[in-house]
Design a protein around this ligand. Structure first.
Ligand SMILES: *Cc1c(COP(=O)(O)O)cnc(C)c1O
Length: 367
């Protein structure tokens, strides 16, 4: 007889993992919104320095990293949570806040981890469609709040559609959300958002103890291989609850050292954002010149509508044959053919665009 799994395991969807990891030949990897830039020399040195003490457990309270984050963002240490990637914080928040009978609200399509929160806890997920411009519809999300709502997730800029809503709209939304509802503003890509100063949302924490700003070292800092993220919280209650549901030592020593060092290099953050935004402008322009619909990106990736007559999986296959990995929109919740493409280095983006232009050419030529 086969082993019998829990009801919970049967509910939890399998995360749509990106492929290509087993491939040896050089690939153009534009599928996971990673940074194309290698870790900074100073960050590598900080990791190196930590290697000789790996026989010791890491600091379970992440005190140095939390102190540096507290200095950088002017949020008290006790209101900062660390995670083994920010997904770890999301899943722990789900565990701490949700249970059968409770509800959570999020937009769709949005980050592919969000459906796990309901499945893992038995809470009810209420999904709210994005508007015609692939943006969060905050009004519609507000109208779904009930006495059973425990958590609202707002992904800004939104993965996979790359769009951002204005901070003024988020402030207006927060003013209407009842105090018992936790709002997680997932800001994994906030540094790439040119609509606002990435630090502006932090002021909202003072007036909203139910607010959590979720951030990560995976994207602009380029440390996704180490897994470290953090949350800036409106109250001390959430970090405490998160620590109750997780194993001790959830953030490893190399990740703590690297993240602490990375914070000291804000000039590198600005440089990376500048280079990524330059690619964003030129790539979006070339995609639109191919006749494709491109959402207004405020992130390090774009959301490309292929047109309803095109076959998304055929284009994915064609790109893969040409050594280019991107994400299929269908796997990320799109009901029309679409691609999510990370902005890479100029030569990588060029390879993607050339491959795509070649694949689209037959459809555009007259019969
Ligand atoms: C990439 C991403 C994260 C970060 O995940 P980590 O676990 O920190 O690597 C969080 N939220 C969204 C929306 C993302 O796209």
């Amino acid at each position: 007889m086969a082993i019998e799994f829990s009801e919970r395991i049967r509910r939890i969807p399998v995360y749509p993992a990106a492929g290509g990891y087993a491939q040896r030949e050089p690939l153009v990897r534009l599928a996971s919104n990673e940074s194309p830039f290698a870790p900074l020399p100073a960050v590598r040195a900080a990791i190196d320095a930590e290697l000789s003490s790996l026989n010791r457990y890491p600091d379970p309270s992440n005190s140095l990293l939390r102190r540096r984050l507290s200095e950088r963002y002017e949020v008290p240490s006790a209101r900062i949570a660390i995670g083994n990637g920010s997904c770890d914080i999301l899943l722990a928040a789900g565990e701490a806040l949700l249970e059968p009978g409770a509800e959570l609200i999020y937009a769709w399509p949005s980050f592919s981890i969000y459906p796990h929160l309901a499945a893992a806890s038995g809470a009810r997920a209420v999904t709210v469609a994005l508007d015609g411009e692939h943006r969060h519809d905050l009004e519609a999300m507000l109208s779904e709040i009930t006495v059973a709502t425990r958590l609202v997730l707002v992904c800004n800029p939104n993965n996979p559609t790359s769009t951002a809503v204005a901070l003024a709209d988020i402030a207006g939304f927060l003013a209407e959300v009842p105090d018992h509802v936790c709002v997680i503003l997932d800001e994994a890509y906030c540094e790439f958002n040119l609509l606002e100063d990435p630090d502006a949302s932090i002021d909202l924490l003072d007036s909203h103890p139910n607010l959590v700003l979720l951030r990560t070292f995976s994207k602009v800092h380029g440390l996704c291989g180490l897994r470290v993220g953090f949350a800036l919280c409106g109250s001390e209650a959430l970090p405490r609850a998160l620590d109750q549901v997780r194993q001790p030592f959830f953030c490893n020593a190399l990740a703590q050292a690297a993240a602490t060092e990375a914070l000291a290099h804000q000039d590198a953050v600005i440089d990376r954002v500048t280079r990524t935004v330059a690619e964003r402008i030129s790539m979006d322009e070339r995609l639109r010149a191919l006749g494709l619909q491109v959402a207004e990106s405020q992130a390090n990736f774009c959301w490309v509508g292929l047109g309803s007559e095109r076959d998304e999986s055929e284009i994915m296959r064609g790109l893969q044959e040409r050594g280019v990995l991107v994400r299929a929109g269908g796997a990320l919740g799109s009901d029309t053919p679409a691609l999510r493409v990370t902005y890479g280095l100029p030569e990588e983006n060029g390879r993607f665009l050339d491959a795509l232009a070649e694949l689209l050419a037959p459809a555009r030529s007259p019969r």
